[in-house]
Design a protein around this ligand. Structure first.
Ligand SMILES: *Cc1c(COP(=O)(O)O)cnc(C)c1O
Length: 381
């Protein structure tokens, strides 16, 4: 089966009791047994739920893995991956990563004896320099947020594996439509399905995917033992969202490219960050490992007045001012004042995250309307 067919059919079967074509929401906590231990494969819903299993089989197929394991949120999924480690182990993570991932690794796992180093991995040599024999996990996120840096998954996996470390790639920003890290050597893939997989800004859910039988079994064990499972209704919403992943991603990427061309010609726009531009420092890596360049675009206005950025945010009407990304509707945000406000200003500036940097999650509306909306907002600056 090819990718677009898999989004709709992989792991999905008509319900055997009714023929319902859509996966039923099995809203049950327990299952009746004929005799103790004599049941139909389902005992208790933390351990097994048929709606969840369909989602898990579907995402495993999309990422070209063997096992998909679902959790109550993207961070619960990361928490499960961290539970594969032991006290004394070290993690090397890319330094430009999701704030919630940073918080979980440092403030929760730091105190449990797992130390995390945050390193600029756009240069793979940096990984080599920081690996020790205690490094058990390398954490990649690509593209990153909001600077859209691209990491070379294949090269970094080769270096990590030589040192005996596992590699997990947070594939939230790309989705399996744009890149499939397991085929580039990663051991684990993580998704905040809250974003592109769900696709409609109506659910919070996380997924981990692996092609390894041993890692899959350990993660199912953690899923059941720690119990951070998603509810069946949320699994249903993500199954439904994934059915249109390919058409949504294709349109969102096209819209983003057209918006970039509009911004390039606008006299008030300064730097544009988009991996599809040849001027992007990691453009070649993006071209090599991604099918298209994604639907996230960041840009700076000329001048250093943070109020100018706020004007654009407040004057756009189709672009909603909100955190998050990956829904059908376009969103706009000011990372320095919103998602990244907790990072000290000097650190933010040093990494290229200016006070005026505007980030957009481009949706699937008519692009002419989106451009007109941006244009009238920029006129008010
Ligand atoms: C949102 C997000 C997460 C966290 O996922 P939740 O579903 O909000 O817990 C992790 N990584 C990335 C890149 C994200 O954007």
């Amino acid at each position: 089966m090819k990718f677009n067919t898999k989004t709709i059919h992989a792991g999905v079967h008509p319900d055997p009791s009714t023929g319902a074509i859509m996966t039923p929401i099995f809203q049950t906590s327990t299952y009746v047994q004929h005799a103790p231990g004599d049941h139909q494969g389902y005992e208790y819903a933390r351990t097994q739920n048929p709606t969840r299993q369909v989602l898990e089989a579907n995402i495993a197929a999309l990422e070209e893995g063997k096992h998909g394991i679902a959790f109550g949120s993207g961070l619960a999924a990361l928490d499960a991956v961290m539970k594969l480690l032991n006290a004394g182990d070290e993690v090397i993570a890319t330094n430009d990563l999701y704030g919630g991932s940073y918080r979980l690794m440092t403030s929760i796992y730091g105190k449990l004896g797992i130390s995390c180093k945050f390193v600029d991995l756009t240069d793979p040599a940096n990984l080599k320099n920081h690996l020790t024999d205690k490094t058990k996990l390398v954490w990649l996120e690509t593209p990153t947020n909001p600077l859209l840096r691209i990491l070379d998954i294949e090269k970094l996996c080769a270096i990590a594996h030589e040192a005996g470390a596992l590699v997990c790639v947070d594939n939230t920003f790309a989705s399996p439509y744009l890149q499939r890290p397991l085929t580039l050597g990663a051991d684990l893939v993580l998704h905040s399905a809250t974003k592109y997989l769900g696709g409609h800004s109506d659910v919070v859910l996380g997924l981990v995917i692996t092609a390894s039988e041993a890692l899959g079994q350990r993660l199912y064990y953690i899923q059941n033992a720690a119990g951070a499972v998603p509810g069946p209704q949320d699994c249903f919403l993500v199954i439904r969202g994934i059915k249109t992943l390919h058409v949504r991603m294709e349109r969102a990427c096209q819209n983003a490219a057209k918006i970039v061309r509009f911004l390039q010609k606008h006299p008030k726009v300064d730097r544009i960050i988009y991996p599809g531009l040849p001027s992007h420092p990691n453009h070649e890596v993006a071209q090599k490992q991604m099918r298209d360049f994604g639907a996230m675009v960041s840009f700076d206005l000329k001048g250093e007045d943070p109020a100018a950025g706020l004007t654009v945010l407040q004057e756009t009407h189709l672009f909603s001012l909100a955190e998050s990304l990956g829904g059908v509707e376009s969103l706009i945000s000011l990372p320095a004042a919103m998602t990244h406000a907790s990072i000290p200003r000097e650190d933010r500036l040093a990494s290229g995250l200016t006070d005026t940097l505007i980030r957009m999650s481009v949706g699937i509306e008519d692009v002419e309307d989106l451009i007109a909306d941006l244009n009238q907002a920029l006129e008010k600056v």
